[in-house]
Design a protein. Structure first.
Length: 148
């Protein structure tokens, strides 16, 4: 159980990194000119690998929820964590990914790129909030779980 909790905590914390980074820079990036914004976006090349952590966190949290199914409060907290992580992935595929495609990963500025920037930034902020909620629920579930 401890190993499973550690893996879930580690992967969820790791999945929080990109969202927290985006949220921290949100106001600065929304004020940038097109050239500055597209230059700043280049620093995220290769960050798709964080998707592995997001999917891994979802799986680890689901497995931990199953393992805690007989403990009412920890189980419910784990379900909350799972739903938050799944919601974050849904937001990514519904809003973030389409903006990445429309801009060729922020190398092409289509007409109305500002709306895509808003969509991209807000989807990352929402994802960060959901991942943080998942991490908090996971931490509480881990602290409350009975040791077997």
């Amino acid at each position: 159980m401890l190993l499973l909790q550690f893996i879930a905590l580690f992967l969820t914390a790791f999945a929080l990194v990109p969202g927290a980074s985006h949220a921290a820079s949100l106001l600065t990036k929304l004020a940038m000119t097109q050239d500055a914004y597209f230059t700043a976006q280049a620093v995220y090349n290769g960050w798709a690998l964080f998707g592995i952590a997001s999917v891994g966190a979802l799986v680890a949290n689901a497995v931990l929820a199953f393992a805690l199914r007989k403990q009412t409060v920890p189980f419910r907290l784990m379900l909350l964590a799972v739903f938050c992580l799944a919601g974050g992935l849904a937001i990514f595929f519904a809003f973030t990914y389409p903006a990445n495609i429309a801009t060729a990963n922020w190398t092409v500025a289509p007409t109305g790129w500002q709306a895509l920037r808003w969509q991209w930034e807000m989807s990352h902020a929402a994802n960060a909030a959901l991942t943080l909620a998942a991490f908090c629920a996971l931490c509480l579930a881990t602290l409350m779980a009975e040791r077997e």
